[in-house]
Structures are given as structure tokens and as C-alpha cells.
Design a binder for this molecule. Sequence first.
Ligand SMILES: Nc1ncnc2c1ncn2[C@@H]1O[C@H](COP(=O)(O)OP(=O)(O)OP(=O)(O)O)[C@@H](O)[C@H]1O
Ligand SMILES: [Mg+2]
Length: 246
Amino acid sequence: MRSEGIAATGGRAGALPIRFEGVSFSANETSILEAIDLEIRAGGPTVMMGPNGAGKTTLIRLAMGLVEPTSGRITFAGAATAAPGTRSIVFQKPVMLRRTAADNVAFALSAAGRPATQADVLRLLDLAQISGLADRPARRLSGGEQQRLALARALAREPQVLFLDEPTASLDPASTKTVEEIIARISASGVKIVMSTHDVGQARRLASEIVLLAKRRVAEHAPAQRFFTEPASDEARRFLAGELIV
Ligand SMILES: Nc1ncnc2c1ncn2[C@@H]1O[C@H](COP(=O)(O)OP(=O)(O)OP(=O)(O)O)[C@@H](O)[C@H]1O
Ligand SMILES: [Mg+2]
């Protein structure tokens, strides 16, 4: 059991591994994910890739417990539910509360049942490299700044697993680099990162392993280095060659 860092669990039961067993998900009678068998373990970042509509966001929502599988099951450390407070998520377009950046983080700390001390608020803002923006109204921050504030809020829970859905989708190269540095630091502190991206360069920089989704299924799940150098599936070869695989 880890005893230090922002991922310290204080003896809480875990959320990892997250295991999908024959998981299918349909909405309005449309099949979105089919027969997903996937194990997400502790370790470096798991990066999901695949074309628009492949099911990346849906898979993240299932793993976060925001929706239930239509069939099959998902277990967390062998249990049907993850221990409370062990998972956090940052959506593609985070919604800011109508208050300052610091108060957004303070609210997230309180919501997580932690004392919202000024020191903790500043530590989280600092981690997200936005301590200089503490007193600014959150909704006036730029997209990149809001994304970093959303990361600070998500970390207020001290999650074991942090889900990030396209965390740099609309950011410029400099903001993308900053957010990637923050993600790498969070990962190094022991928090499991599960993220989606369309940015192959970003996946190369951050991923420990890749999950390629295509046609409602997992086309390939492999260590990042192997995925990029010796892709095993036809879908992965075509994806890396820049071909359409929808
Ligand atoms: N609640 C829902 N009702 C109907 N269709 C849905 C629902 N949720 C998702 N879908 C559909 O399921 C498919 C997968 O969606 P999802 O958002 O998971 O894809 P994605 O891989 O994240 O795509 P993108 O790269 O565009 O973000 C899409 O065709 C989407 O329209
Ligand atoms: Mg998506």
C-alpha cells in the first residue's frame, strides 16, 4: 500500500484493477460497445484511441460508473462497485462554478469530505500550474486554464484513478504541453490515468499502454511501445498509417 503522495489511500479499498467482462452498452436500441473484455491495471497511463464514435467516452463513462452496462459486468478490485471517492473524471468541456478558481477547488475539497484549507487549495492550484489565477472568476478563464482548474478539482478527491476525456482537445500547443506535464506528474505520483485522445503524438508521449477502439470493440490492447512499433491488428496498422478505420 502506498503511503505518500496525492494517491495515498489511507487503507481504503481500491478501484483497481478495473475489469470489463463481456460488457456491451446500447442506447436507444443502438449498439455502442459490444463484448468488451478489458483489464485496466495500476501503472502508467492507459490511453484510449480510435475514430469519432468508436466508444471512448462511453467506455470512460462506464468505468466511472456514470452509466451501467446493458450486459456483462465491470468489477473494481474484484468488487461490483468501486470504493467511494476512488475515481475522478475530467470531462472534455468542464463546467466551472460561478466563483473564483480557488473557490472551485475549495468546493471540490468540501464535496470530497476534506477540509478546504487554504494550504490545500493552493497546493492543488499549484499542481495544476494556475496558482496565479486563484482569485480570478473561473468562468472567465481560458479553455486551457479551465482544463487545468478541472484537473485541480478532480485531484481534490485524491483519487486512485483519474479519467480524462480528451484533456487537450481544444488547446494550443503550449497549453497542451503544460497539461501533458501535469498529467505526467500526476501519473508519477501513483494515480492511475485513463484517458482518451486523438493526438497520436500525445499518446506516444504519455501512454504506458494503448487501447484502440474500433467498430464498437477493442481492436488492440498493448503496451505503448509494442503498439507503435509492432501493431498486431489490422485496425492498429491502418490507424497508425492514418487510414480511416470507422
Ligand atoms: N446516450 C446515447 N444515446 C444514443 N447514442 C449514444 C449515446 N451515447 C453515445 N452514443 C453514440 O455512441 C457512439 C459512441 O460515442 P462516444 O461518445 O463514446 O464515442 P467517442 O469514441 O468518444 O467519439 P469522439 O472521438 O467523437 O469523442 C456514437 O455514435 C454516439 O453517437
Ligand atoms: Mg469522446
